[in-house]
Write a protein that binds this ligand. Structure first.
Ligand code: GLN
Length: 204
Protein backbone atom coordinates (compact mmCIF):
# COMPACT_ATOMS: atom_id res chain seq x y z
CA UNK A 1 0.00 0.00 0.00
CA UNK A 2 1.33 3.44 -0.99
CA UNK A 3 2.18 5.73 1.90
CA UNK A 4 2.03 9.35 0.73
CA UNK A 5 2.66 12.31 3.03
CA UNK A 6 1.93 16.00 2.95
CA UNK A 7 4.41 18.03 4.98
CA UNK A 8 2.24 19.80 7.53
CA UNK A 9 4.36 22.47 9.11
CA UNK A 10 2.47 25.39 7.61
CA UNK A 11 0.53 26.10 4.43
CA UNK A 12 -1.90 24.40 2.10
CA UNK A 13 -1.97 20.95 3.73
CA UNK A 14 -5.62 19.86 3.71
CA UNK A 15 -6.23 20.71 0.05
CA UNK A 16 -3.25 18.58 -0.96
CA UNK A 17 -4.41 15.65 1.15
CA UNK A 18 -7.80 15.79 -0.60
CA UNK A 19 -6.31 16.10 -4.10
CA UNK A 20 -3.81 13.28 -3.52
CA UNK A 21 -6.55 11.04 -2.08
CA UNK A 22 -8.77 11.77 -5.06
CA UNK A 23 -5.88 10.90 -7.37
CA UNK A 24 -5.24 7.59 -5.59
CA UNK A 25 -8.94 6.70 -5.76
CA UNK A 26 -9.29 7.63 -9.41
CA UNK A 27 -6.23 5.57 -10.31
CA UNK A 28 -7.57 2.64 -8.33
CA UNK A 29 -4.35 2.35 -6.36
CA UNK A 30 -4.15 0.95 -2.85
CA UNK A 31 -2.74 3.74 -0.70
CA UNK A 32 -3.21 6.41 1.91
CA UNK A 33 -2.33 10.06 2.34
CA UNK A 34 -1.44 11.52 5.71
CA UNK A 35 -0.01 14.69 7.13
CA UNK A 36 3.58 14.36 8.30
CA UNK A 37 5.66 16.61 10.49
CA UNK A 38 8.40 14.79 12.36
CA UNK A 39 11.49 12.93 11.09
CA UNK A 40 9.82 9.68 12.29
CA UNK A 41 6.68 10.37 10.21
CA UNK A 42 8.77 11.13 7.15
CA UNK A 43 11.11 8.16 7.36
CA UNK A 44 8.30 5.71 6.42
CA UNK A 45 7.03 7.52 3.32
CA UNK A 46 6.94 6.42 -0.33
CA UNK A 47 6.26 9.96 -1.58
CA UNK A 48 5.88 13.47 -0.22
CA UNK A 49 4.16 16.72 -1.15
CA UNK A 50 5.66 19.93 0.21
CA UNK A 51 2.76 22.37 0.03
CA UNK A 52 2.62 26.07 -0.69
CA UNK A 53 2.68 28.53 2.14
CA UNK A 54 5.51 30.62 3.48
CA UNK A 55 8.84 29.06 2.54
CA UNK A 56 10.83 30.79 5.30
CA UNK A 57 8.49 29.39 7.96
CA UNK A 58 8.28 25.87 6.52
CA UNK A 59 12.05 25.78 6.00
CA UNK A 60 12.99 27.15 9.40
CA UNK A 61 10.61 24.95 11.42
CA UNK A 62 11.55 21.77 9.55
CA UNK A 63 15.23 22.61 10.03
CA UNK A 64 14.72 23.02 13.76
CA UNK A 65 12.71 19.80 14.22
CA UNK A 66 15.18 17.73 12.19
CA UNK A 67 12.83 16.99 9.29
CA UNK A 68 14.87 18.80 6.66
CA UNK A 69 17.80 16.41 7.05
CA UNK A 70 15.62 13.28 6.72
CA UNK A 71 13.79 14.79 3.78
CA UNK A 72 17.01 15.42 1.94
CA UNK A 73 18.25 11.87 2.51
CA UNK A 74 14.94 10.34 1.39
CA UNK A 75 14.72 12.46 -1.76
CA UNK A 76 18.35 11.77 -2.65
CA UNK A 77 17.55 8.06 -2.30
CA UNK A 78 14.80 8.43 -4.91
CA UNK A 79 11.61 9.19 -2.99
CA UNK A 80 9.35 11.22 -5.30
CA UNK A 81 8.54 14.72 -4.06
CA UNK A 82 6.17 17.37 -5.36
CA UNK A 83 7.12 20.86 -4.19
CA UNK A 84 4.41 23.43 -4.71
CA UNK A 85 5.23 27.13 -4.68
CA UNK A 86 6.90 27.53 -1.25
CA UNK A 87 7.64 23.79 -1.54
CA UNK A 88 9.51 24.32 -4.79
CA UNK A 89 11.47 27.15 -3.16
CA UNK A 90 12.56 24.79 -0.38
CA UNK A 91 13.77 22.22 -2.96
CA UNK A 92 15.93 24.80 -4.75
CA UNK A 93 19.51 25.80 -4.15
CA UNK A 94 19.20 29.59 -4.38
CA UNK A 95 16.32 31.91 -3.60
CA UNK A 96 16.01 35.65 -3.71
CA UNK A 97 12.96 37.81 -3.28
CA UNK A 98 11.83 40.23 -5.96
CA UNK A 99 10.89 42.74 -3.31
CA UNK A 100 13.52 42.37 -0.58
CA UNK A 101 16.40 40.78 -2.55
CA UNK A 102 18.59 37.92 -1.36
CA UNK A 103 17.02 35.88 1.42
CA UNK A 104 18.81 33.81 3.99
CA UNK A 105 16.53 30.81 4.45
CA UNK A 106 16.98 27.05 4.84
CA UNK A 107 16.86 25.26 1.47
CA UNK A 108 17.20 21.58 0.58
CA UNK A 109 19.60 22.12 -2.30
CA UNK A 110 18.03 19.24 -4.22
CA UNK A 111 17.00 20.97 -7.43
CA UNK A 112 19.62 22.90 -9.32
CA UNK A 113 17.43 25.94 -9.90
CA UNK A 114 17.56 29.56 -8.88
CA UNK A 115 14.27 31.07 -7.78
CA UNK A 116 12.85 34.50 -7.63
CA UNK A 117 10.28 34.59 -4.85
CA UNK A 118 7.16 36.69 -5.27
CA UNK A 119 8.15 36.96 -8.90
CA UNK A 120 4.74 38.11 -10.11
CA UNK A 121 4.22 40.60 -7.28
CA UNK A 122 2.41 40.67 -3.97
CA UNK A 123 -0.79 38.98 -2.83
CA UNK A 124 -3.05 41.33 -4.77
CA UNK A 125 -1.19 40.43 -7.98
CA UNK A 126 -2.18 36.78 -7.60
CA UNK A 127 -3.88 35.36 -10.71
CA UNK A 128 -4.99 32.28 -12.63
CA UNK A 129 -3.78 31.30 -16.08
CA UNK A 130 -3.71 28.19 -18.22
CA UNK A 131 -0.33 26.51 -18.55
CA UNK A 132 0.80 23.56 -20.71
CA UNK A 133 2.83 20.66 -19.41
CA UNK A 134 3.13 18.90 -22.75
CA UNK A 135 6.06 16.63 -21.87
CA UNK A 136 3.98 14.91 -19.17
CA UNK A 137 0.80 14.83 -21.27
CA UNK A 138 -1.05 17.62 -19.52
CA UNK A 139 -1.61 20.04 -22.40
CA UNK A 140 -3.85 22.40 -20.47
CA UNK A 141 -3.87 23.02 -16.74
CA UNK A 142 -5.47 25.81 -14.73
CA UNK A 143 -2.53 27.42 -12.92
CA UNK A 144 -3.36 29.23 -9.69
CA UNK A 145 -0.50 31.61 -8.89
CA UNK A 146 -0.43 33.05 -5.37
CA UNK A 147 2.60 35.21 -4.53
CA UNK A 148 4.28 32.72 -6.81
CA UNK A 149 7.98 32.33 -7.50
CA UNK A 150 9.45 31.83 -10.95
CA UNK A 151 12.56 29.91 -11.86
CA UNK A 152 15.21 32.35 -13.05
CA UNK A 153 17.97 29.83 -13.71
CA UNK A 154 17.71 26.14 -14.57
CA UNK A 155 20.62 23.71 -14.20
CA UNK A 156 21.52 21.61 -17.22
CA UNK A 157 19.97 18.39 -15.90
CA UNK A 158 16.64 19.99 -14.92
CA UNK A 159 13.72 19.57 -17.32
CA UNK A 160 11.40 22.54 -17.91
CA UNK A 161 7.77 21.34 -17.68
CA UNK A 162 5.97 24.65 -18.15
CA UNK A 163 6.50 28.30 -18.87
CA UNK A 164 4.20 31.26 -18.41
CA UNK A 165 4.99 34.58 -20.09
CA UNK A 166 8.52 33.37 -20.85
CA UNK A 167 9.11 32.51 -17.20
CA UNK A 168 9.71 28.93 -16.05
CA UNK A 169 6.93 27.86 -13.68
CA UNK A 170 7.28 24.06 -13.46
CA UNK A 171 10.35 21.81 -13.49
CA UNK A 172 11.32 18.18 -13.04
CA UNK A 173 14.49 16.34 -12.33
CA UNK A 174 14.02 12.58 -11.94
CA UNK A 175 11.93 12.01 -8.84
CA UNK A 176 11.61 15.73 -8.03
CA UNK A 177 8.86 18.00 -9.37
CA UNK A 178 8.38 21.69 -8.61
CA UNK A 179 5.49 23.95 -9.60
CA UNK A 180 5.10 27.68 -9.00
CA UNK A 181 1.31 27.34 -9.17
CA UNK A 182 -1.08 25.45 -6.88
CA UNK A 183 -2.55 22.26 -8.43
CA UNK A 184 -4.46 21.52 -5.19
CA UNK A 185 -6.56 24.68 -5.63
CA UNK A 186 -8.14 23.62 -8.87
CA UNK A 187 -10.59 20.80 -9.64
CA UNK A 188 -8.26 19.16 -12.16
CA UNK A 189 -6.28 16.46 -10.35
CA UNK A 190 -4.14 15.41 -13.33
CA UNK A 191 -0.92 16.73 -11.84
CA UNK A 192 -1.57 14.90 -8.56
CA UNK A 193 -2.32 11.77 -10.59
CA UNK A 194 0.97 12.13 -12.44
CA UNK A 195 2.74 12.44 -9.10
CA UNK A 196 0.98 9.43 -7.56
CA UNK A 197 1.99 7.33 -10.57
CA UNK A 198 5.58 8.44 -10.04
CA UNK A 199 5.35 7.36 -6.39
CA UNK A 200 3.92 4.02 -7.47
CA UNK A 201 6.75 3.37 -9.91
CA UNK A 202 9.32 4.28 -7.26
CA UNK A 203 7.79 1.79 -4.86
CA UNK A 204 7.70 -1.07 -7.43
N1 GLN B 1 5.65 33.81 -1.57
C1 GLN B 1 5.75 32.61 -0.80
C2 GLN B 1 7.20 32.35 -0.41
O1 GLN B 1 8.06 32.94 -0.96
C3 GLN B 1 5.23 31.41 -1.56
C4 GLN B 1 3.75 31.58 -1.82
C5 GLN B 1 3.01 30.30 -1.96
O2 GLN B 1 3.48 29.22 -1.59
N2 GLN B 1 1.81 30.42 -2.45
O3 GLN B 1 7.46 31.56 0.45
Amino acid sequence: SLDVGVLSIQGDVQENILSAKAAIDELGIDGKVRSVKTPEDISQLDGLIIPGGESTTIGQLSLVNGSLKVLKEKIENGMPVLGICAGMIILSNTASDRIVGKTDQPLLNILDIKLERNSFGRQKESFEADVSLDSINIPKFNGVFIRAPSVSDVGSDVEILAKFNDRVVAVKKGNVIGTAFHPELTKDISLHKYFINLVKSFKN
